[in-house]
Ligand binder design. Structure first.
Ligand SMILES: C[S@@+](CC[C@H](N)C(=O)[O-])C[C@H]1O[C@@H](n2cnc3c(N)ncnc32)[C@H](O)[C@@H]1O
Length: 286
């Protein structure tokens, strides 16, 4: 456990640019091998460019996207003609799966703070699926981007009432509380009246707070009022929210929680009926 924490401290001690470089270097040999063996897919970046979670080969990566699509169908009744917004679209993991699901009546918009990821998506999926659009927004995030624009002051680049489904996978686990509050206000603005939202979080309550503060390998030792941090200096590294605090934040933005579906990240013994690692929150306009 001490070894994991030391490695994590070392990793977080690097700048975001250094982290991108080290990742590419580390995966270079296996990326070369994938190429030689023909284990690539035109929409899946090489492992060294997948900065959004643990980089797997193309086959697994595509499967992860399919799992995300299934969750969206199950939790927010995603349908082919929906107009969807993917916040923190990354390198297109979810978009690849959606590209053969969303039809011509529907549309997909995604935005992200990492230009390489957005460029990758626009040069691949964006070319083949004209109703799929990816936008780069140069916003500061101490894990990913050193730009000056603040997420607390950012207005989503879309008109009011534009989307009927909005989702984010593993985004609000990498943002600070005030930034998330602003994103909730913006979600409420661009969401249609009858629309639904899906986002993943790390959540705790008074019963499991102590455990998640010290659980082996993946823990949140730094306590604030209604949230806890994994690393006190890299504030966007990983953040966990108290369920009540999160509901208050939603309410301030005229949103309400429809349901919480527990993920397995905080299980003491793995509950194999749980499909997702992070906790899922489904919410809508009040
Ligand atoms: C863990 S990755 C998940 C990416 C993608 N949703 C997926 O499931 O593959 C988190 C993503 O959020 C993006 N991100 C971080 N801060 C952001 C912000 N303020 N606005 C939009 N995207 C942001 C990161 O660049 C990164 O692509």
């Amino acid at each position: 456990m001490i070894k994991t924490r030391k490695l994590r401290d070392l990793w977080y001690g690097l700048s975001s640019k250094q982290r991108f470089f080290v990742r590419r270097l580390y995966y270079w040999p296996v990326d070369m091998l994938d190429k030689v063996m023909g284990r690539t897919n035109k929409y899946v970046p090489p492992r060294g460019s997948i900065y959004t979670g643990s980089p797997s080969g193309a086959k697994k990566y595509l499967q992860q996207g399919q799992n995300q699509l299934q969750l969206l169908k199950d939790c927010i009744t995603l349908s082919p003609s929906d107009k969807v917004l993917d916040i923190g679209s990354g390198v297109g993991r979810t978009a690849i799966a959606l590209s053969t699901y969303i039809n011509k009546e529907g549309s997909y918009d995604g935005f992200d703070v990492v230009k390489q990821g957005v460029d990758w998506c626009n040069n691949g999926l964006g070319m083949d699926f004209p109703n799929f659009k990816f936008k780069y927004v140069p916003i500061f995030n101490d894990l990913y981007n050193e730009s000056k624009l603040k997420a607390t002051e950012f207005n989503f680049p879309y008109e009011d009432d534009r989307f009927n489904k909005i989702f984010s996978f593993s985004l609000f686990t990498h943002m600070q509380k005030e930034e998330i509050q602003n994103y909730f206000f913006e979600i409420a603005r661009v969401l249609k009246k009858e629309g639904l939202c899906f986002s993943t979080f790390f959540l705790y309550n008074s019963e499991n707070e102590e455990y998640i503060g010290e659980k082996p390998n993946f823990n949140f030792p730094h306590k604030e009022d209604d949230f806890r941090l994994m690393h006190k200096d890299v504030k966007s590294g990983n953040i966990a929210f108290h369920e009540d605090g999160l509901k208050t934040m939603l309410s301030k933005a005229n949103l309400e929680c429809v349901k919480i579906i527990d993920g397995f990240w905080k299980d003491k013994i793995r509950d194999t009926s749980k499909k997702e690692y992070q906790d899922i929150v489904v919410f809508r306009l009040k």
